[in-house]
Design a protein. Structure first.
Length: 156
């Protein structure tokens, strides 16, 4: 039975897939592999080239880290942290994001930064026993991630 007074915990999912130029670069390996096998048999060379291209592109997409927020826990790649142990998220884009990825990245920050994704979310860790000061991670929709973290913190 549906209870309208019950709040539904926020849920968010984003795959940090590689940029288009990286996928095209991986696909360029297909004709190179075909050229290697063309002296043996052209049909075999085409099949191997096509297979290499598909495997490389699929591997890049499937191996991309995922950002999820569900049941009060933020998962970024393999790392996870309860939102109750996080402070107020900060959204960084443009020049601020470039600075945060470079000189603004501290050695006690935990980070997952992907090339080709401009936006960053930076969240302080409020747990005094945690040696990590902040989480810094890429997102194509950093405003949405920050809003979902804040909403999950209010719901707890």
């Amino acid at each position: 039975m549906h209870n309208p007074d019950r709040t539904v915990p926020p849920s968010y999912r984003e795959r940090l897939s590689p940029s288009l130029w990286l996928l095209v670069s991986a696909a360029v390996c297909a004709p190179m592999a075909a050229v290697v096998f063309s002296p043996i048999d052209t049909t075999l060379a085409l099949a191997i080239g096509l297979g290499v291209g598909i495997v490389l592109v699929a591997t890049l997409i499937l191996a991309a880290p995922v950002v999820t927020l569900s049941d009060g826990v933020l998962h970024v790649g393999r790392a996870r942290i309860p939102v109750a142990e996080l402070g107020t998220p900060e959204v960084l884009v443009g020049e601020d994001a470039r600075a945060a990825r470079g000189v603004g990245l501290r050695r006690d920050d935990w980070h997952l930064i992907r090339g080709g994704i401009d936006g960053l979310v930076r969240v302080p860790v409020s747990d005094d026993d945690d040696p990590t000061a902040r989480w810094v991670f890429s997102s194509r929709t950093p405003d949405r991630v920050a809003a979902m973290i804040t909403r999950a913190q209010r719901g707890r």
